[in-house]
Ligand binder design. Sequence first.
Ligand code: EPZ
Length: 422
Amino acid sequence: MDSIVVTGGAELRGTIQIAGAKNACLALMPATLLTEEPLTLMNAPRLSDIKTMTLLLQSLGSEVQSLQDGRVIAMSSLGPINTTADYDIVRKMRASNLVLGPLLAREGHAVVSLPGGCAIGARPMDIHVTALEAMGAEIELRDGYLHAKTTGGLKGAHVPLRFASVGATENVLMAATLAKGTTVIDNAAREPEIVDLAECLSAMGAHIEGAGTSTITIEGVDRLGGATHRVVTDRIELGTYMLAPAICGGEVECLGGRLSLVTAFAEKLDEAGIAVEETNTGLKVARRNGRVSAVDVRTEPFPGFPTDLQAQMMALLCTAEGVSHLEETIFENRFMHAPELLRMGADVEIQGGTATVTGVERLKGAPVMATDLRASVSLILAGLAAEGETVVNRVYHLDRGYEHVEEKLGAVGAKIERVSEA
Ligand code: EPZ
């Protein structure tokens, strides 16, 4: 298993190119099942999660080609389509559950393994199931698999979500494009990845209104065509790299970044004493003065502060002046980076869903363990500012969501290298 070794202390200067959004691409790829015509995605990120989704779609009978060194994904699903998404693939990546809606819409039946829990929480699928049942699906849980079918096809319906689940919104959005009649999703997720998916589906011929707001209306059509779609910039990778100069000084421009993708996050950085300037090529980030100030953060569905940037923000606040409180409201167990930060000399106390972080002058490098995707990158960020050497183990978590992190950070002056163990 590879490790990443970071030697702290260097100020960072230069530019970092932000890639296409993992969480948009993972929702866009299953849309190939909604049409027999070619669907091509540009600006795709080169990540192991994308490879996992590729394997899943190929196992269902889709043709998926990775072109231009992974930047372009060319797909077509002429059929016949296998409608069973196997546990072996689904357990590796929860986003595999995003084939449920498209399979139901296209074939009228699907067998999709429940993803199972993951490091950050139980992550059930009740919201997906309730929503699709409202559209006429009959769904039964048997042997760890969701067995779903519709007699006579999905029907448009009023679909109130008890929580603005991103994945459930995406599954319903895709299913509704081919349902008979009109579907209205209430309390829909508003993430930019939802807007990106809606734009792609509209280019394929879907009739969608309101994506990006809490109410999305979809008028079903008989069939969808193909499209070529450019994946939206990854706002979580963007926020992660904005924190690099914030944590260890210097100035970095994140190319492709737009303030509209990270408004709540940028406001918190501003409050902490970090200047964020939107240029015509990206977002330029630098500390306003010496030490960062403590701030309180509460994660919320978009447009609130993203849960996927909570771990990274904690790394920054570990060296801020004063006491910060981070409240995690989306997942029940998303503080696994805290014990690892403690090993680096941080002062973090967890009570239920709130972490109290008392800033220290400087962290100390240490061997630490990555536990999940965003926790692993928060340890790298902490290592950039720490005194001495930090070795982050199990970086396969990192490779799920960050392409060539050591190259991107190394290019702006970080002392960072990947060590491949035999
Ligand atoms: C998406 O996961 C993202 N993944 C996650 O990013 C992100 O953290 C999450 O949205 C929240 O923004 C992808 O887009 C591939 P949810 P998703 O359904 O769709 C509970 C990363 O690091 N819930 O909005 O699975 C659930 O347990 C990943 O890139 C139910 O209870 O998130 C969680 O507590 C991590 N029942 C909360 O809602 C359901 O049926 C949010 O889940 C569905 C969800």
